[in-house]
Design a protein around this ligand. Structure first.
Ligand code: FDA
Length: 283
């Protein structure tokens, strides 16, 4: 039942499912980032177990010559229990990624965790041997994001820009979609103009059109940035961008803890509820 429900947005329950899907997405000319699903853990042992899956992923990516990196949530690495534990795990993963020629993207969670997530990523990146092997996510709905992006660029840290997926109060985030969209365009321009390779994560055609036209105007070639989209969302648009010569990375989640991820995807687009329900009724 869970499998059938989540299948639209989740590659499968096992690591092998994720690798199989990653290979097929690579064959379609797109890069991948892999997310082993799971959020807040309740013990250090659980955090280490979650990290082990990512270590296995890094080895498998290298063995299979996949064009894939990993996306990691710090709460799954024990952030809520002990920030030092999460930092130690993030450091280990980044060491492993560096050693295998790979990259760790730290996902961004809700706003009480923004500062601590930034601090951890910055400290890991400050280690000269790890520089460039860790990146972060910035959410356009937060008022603070322009300042954060400027600092991250100064620190040489790669950013994935998204609109933001959590319910946030008006004290910290734009309540109106129009303001979030305007900020997304503004922030994406700051990123595009920087000398660092960043990711623009969105399925919004208006955001994508704005980025393409800004890049063309400023002679920023498509090889200097990438678009990122979620597995199962706007596959038509993913293929179109590839055909036009843009870099596209697909975010592929997998694992048994699919429920919160799945619910965020449904909340983003109520039509998805109907879509999933219809598929459930089909044989
Ligand atoms: P918006 O929500 O305005 O949607 C624009 C259009 O895209 C919709 O009209 C619809 O056509 C399509 N669309 C969007 N979502 C859809 C869905 N679920 N199903 C079907 N169609 C959909 N957030 C976060 O807080 N922290 C993070 O670390 C990340 N990481 C991340 C990685 C990647 C690769 C992506 C693409 C997104 C994230 N996000 C995220 C989620 C992000 O913040 C945001 O919630 C979603 O991407 C939806 O926003 P859009 O930019 O697509 O625009």
């Amino acid at each position: 039942m869970g499998n059938k429900l989540s299948g639209r947005f989740v590659a499968g329950m096992e690591l092998a499912d994720a690798l199989r899907v990653a290979e097929s997405v690579n064959k379609q000319g797109m890069f991948v980032t892999l997310d082993s699903l799971g959020e807040s853990v309740s013990s250090a042992a659980e955090a280490h177990k979650a990290a082990d899956v990512y270590h296995e992923l890094l080895d498998s990516i290298r063995e299979r010559h996949l064009d894939a990196n990993i996306s990691v949530k710090l709460t799954q690495m024990g952030l809520a229990l002990d920030p030092e534990l999460a930092e130690a795990i993030a450091t280990n993963l980044t060491e492993h990624a560096k050693y295998t020629g790979n990259f760790v993207r730290i996902d961004m969670e809700d706003s009480p965790l923004t500062q601590v997530t930034l601090d951890i990523v910055r400290r890991v990146n400050e280690r000269p041997d790890l520089r460039g092997a860790i990146g972060i996510v910035i959410q356009a709905y937060l008022y603070r994001s322009q300042a954060d992006i400027e600092q991250l660029i100064a620190d040489g840290i790669r950013v994935r820009l998204c609109k933001g997926a959590y319910k946030e109060p008006a004290e910290v985030a734009f309540p109106r979609k129009a303001d979030v969209d305007a900020n997304y365009i503004k922030l994406s321009q700051t990123l595009l103009e920087s000398p660092i390779y960043h990711g623009l994560a969105t399925h919004d055609e208006a955001m994508i059109a704005a980025a393409k036209s800004f890049a063309k105007k400023r002679d920023i070639t498509p090889s200097r940035f990438e678009f990122q989209m979620l597995y199962g969302v706007r596959r038509d648009l993913q293929r179109k961008l590839v055909a036009e010569g843009y870099n596209v990375r697909v975010y592929i989640p997998f694992g048994r803890e699919w429920y919160p991820y799945f619910m965020r995807r449904l909340a983003e687009r109520p039509a998805n509820v109907l879509f999933i329900a219809k598929n459930m009724l089909r044989k």
